[in-house]
Design a protein around this ligand. Structure first.
Ligand code: PLP
Length: 305
């Protein structure tokens, strides 16, 4: 079973995969005018639980509004839709993909913003990048992260992922698993599907949102967990050279969860990662609803929740 096999919630009902269809003349396909979310759900003692579903649904609506699309469902209805599609799928853990797109119709740029549709798929996605704790190979990309006044990285738009995909494709072709993109000012922005953290002088640092990045929900969780731990943490611009001198480099995102960078631009980094190890242990508890003070991050997907 893969992403195309599982039932899909679309326009208000869960249907078999082969009935979740769209007309090829949707402007979303032609112009990339759509927004989406990626939400992981985990097998927990309370049944499948989505990590910070409420925050993801909030960001979905913000992204949609940034493209002048009004989602024709409340957040409660979308949360119920997520519960329904997971229940029908039979999956105990996996990945949810709410997608907001335009119905078929007048075919010109941003012509048909009034007929907005929503689909939510789910599938099993055990691990995006292989061994997250052993660390992965990452390459600094020659592709520049799109500027906020071009295609805003703060909006999780379907079209915006051409930029990220170009970067990751090059990285994968060169034997790495992820790409770190710089912004137009030449400072660290983010990875193709994750936010970047470094440890320098014992301090955890990550670029601020003003550097032109997605406001990652995992990033937000890492900042909160670091705070809880008493780790000194700062949001500040990061020069690419700092990636080379950092004692730890890590990526945070729904797909990668919390993943250490083991090799950056073919240079091995230290395998001693005390900050990553602590954060990763907390993250693993948090997704289960077992991190004290952060229990509400794990949102039960059981039908009666
Ligand atoms: C470009 C980009 N940055 C950061 C992230 C991390 O965001 P989140 O933690 O909300 O998944 C993602 C993943 O969705 C992403 O695609």
């Amino acid at each position: 079973m893969n992403a195309t096999s599982f039932p899909v919630w679309i326009d208000g009902a869960v249907v078999p995969a082969d009935r979740a269809t769209v007309h090829v003349m949707t402007p979303t396909l032609h112009y990339g005018w759509g927004v989406y979310e990626g939400v992981r759900f985990y097998e927990t003692a309370r049944g499948p639980s989505a990590f910070r579903l409420t925050a993801h649904l909030r960001r979905l609506r913000t992204s949609a509004r940034a493209l002048s699309m009004e989602i024709p469902y409340t957040d409660d209805e979308l949360a119920r839709a997520c519960r329904d599609v997971v229940a029908v799928s039979g999956l105990s853990s996996g990945y949810l993909r709410p997608l907001v797109f335009l119905a078929e119709g007048a075919m010109s740029v941003a012509a048909q913003l009034d007929h907005v549709r929503v689909a939510i798929g789910c599938w099993s996605w055990p691990s995006y990048l292989g061994d997250q704790e052993a660390g992965i190979r990452v390459r600094t990309s020659g592709w520049v992260r799109s500027a906020p006044n071009a295609v805003p990285p703060s909006v999780k738009s379907t079209g915006g992922y051409v930029n990220a995909s170009l970067a990751r494709l090059d990285a994968v072709r060169s034997g790495a698993q992820e790409a770190i993109m710089l912004n137009a000012a030449g400072r660290v922005a983010e990875a193709s599907a994750a936010n970047v953290f470094i440890v320098v002088g014992g301090e955890l640092a990550t670029p601020p949102l003003s550097e032109g990045i997605l406001p990652g929900i995992t990033r937000d969780a890492v900042l909160a967990m670091a705070d809880d731990l008493g780790v000194s943490v700062v949001e500040r611009p990061i020069a690419p050279a700092e990636l080379r001198v950092a004692s730890e480099v890590m990526l945070a995102g729904t797909a990668v969860e919390l993943t250490a960078v083991a090799v950056l631009d073919d240079v091995p980094l230290s395998a001693d990662r005390p900050v990553f190890d602590e954060l990763r242990a907390r993250f693993d508890l948090a997704v289960q609803g077992g991190l004290p003070g952060r229990e509400d991050w794990a949102e039960a997907l059981t039908p009666d929740a």
